[in-house]
Design a protein around this ligand. Structure first.
Ligand code: COA
Length: 274
């Protein structure tokens, strides 16, 4: 096991999974400038680290992340434009770009409170599994601010317009089951099953060819804002590119096992390498 403790973030790599824990439990893991800087460093390292195959983002204690630190990120930087710009830049670099372009699959494990600015890294992760009793909220309206950073943009990518408008304007909170129902997360499970569910998903993902999985992730994200014609072109090119990048020969092996050897039928065994 490899462990690295930053001032506000803890990284533990076990059995191929990098558990990245936002680690300010006394502040419910609210994101202060230091946390943004620590996360940029952690993701830069993990993106090319060879020990980990999947990244899980979670929070210490009873909170996933209570959003931006209202004291250290907002109030204390209001009149410090340089420091504010540095924090915003770091926030952007890990919370959206770092995660959405991460080379390996990413899973948000929502163990408790998830508010405001936390929606950006939540949505940036490829998968999100929450405890049924986790509490989500677009609470910004209560603080006289808008869901800024990128929050307003990214919630409308996963929730319907109606739900995004409703929760952003009322600031009402909701639980894991509702988060699943409105498309904000992948699934919601009883709290005592949360870590097991996340670990099981991570293990399934680790069974796939990392090169193929990365290309699938990139394709799903890339086509979101393309026209149909652009998507056809992009996916055709990507498919061709895979014939050169698939260094484990997954395509030829898979087709041979199905067509020639008749040893594998993905319709019955959707997960795992043969
Ligand atoms: N920014 C700064 N500090 C925060 C914070 C935030 N977003 N969220 C929590 N904290 C701090 C509290 O000020 C408190 O600090 P203190 O011990 O120095 O007084 C500490 O974390 C614990 O918070 P507390 O409210 O006592 O914990 P709780 O478990 O009763 O409630 C929350 C947890 C998350 C429900 C509650 O803290 C909350 O509503 N936070 C604001 C969340 C939010 O609106 N975020 C969006 C910001 S744009």
């Amino acid at each position: 096991m490899t462990t690295k403790a930053y001032e506000t973030v803890l990284v533990e790599i076990t059995d191929g999974i990098a558990w990245v824990t936002l680690n300010r439990p006394e502040k419910r893991n609210a994101m202060n400038p230091q946390l943004h800087f620590d996360m940029v460093e952690a993701l830069t390292w993990l993106n090319t680290d060879t020990e980990s195959k999947v990244l899980v983002l979670t929070g210490a204690g009873e909170s996933f992340c209570a959003g931006m630190d209202l004291k250290e990120f907002f109030r204390e930087l209001d009149d410090k434009p340089v420091e504010r710009a540095a924090s915003r830049d770091a926030d952007k670099r890990w919370g959206w770009y770092g995660l959405t372009r991460f080379s390996k699959p990413t899973i948000a494990m929502v163990n408790g409170y998830c508010f405001g600015g936390a929606f950006t890294p939540l949505i940036a992760c490829d998968f999100a599994i929450a405890a049924d009793d986790a509490t989500f909220g677009l609470s910004e309206v209560n603080w006289g601010i808008i869901p800024g950073g990128l929050v307003s943009k990214v919630v409308t990518e996963v929730m319907t317009h109606r739900k995004a408008m409703y929760y952003a304007c009322t600031g009402r909170s909701f639980d894991g089951k509702e988060a699943e129902a409105i498309g904000l997360i992948t699934s919601s499970v009883p709290r005592d099953q949360l870590k097991a569910e996340v670990t099981a998903l991570a293990k399934d993902l680790m069974e796939k060819s990392p090169v193929v999985l990365r290309a699938v992730k990139e394709a799903i994200r890339a086509v979101t804002h393309m026209t149909v014609d652009q998507a056809y072109e992009y996916l055709e090119s990507k498919q061709e590119q895979m014939r050169f990048r698939d260094d484990e020969g997954t395509r030829n092996r898979g087709i041979a096992e199905f067509i020639d050897k008749k040893t594998y039928r993905p319709g019955f065994e959707p997960v795992g390498k043969k």
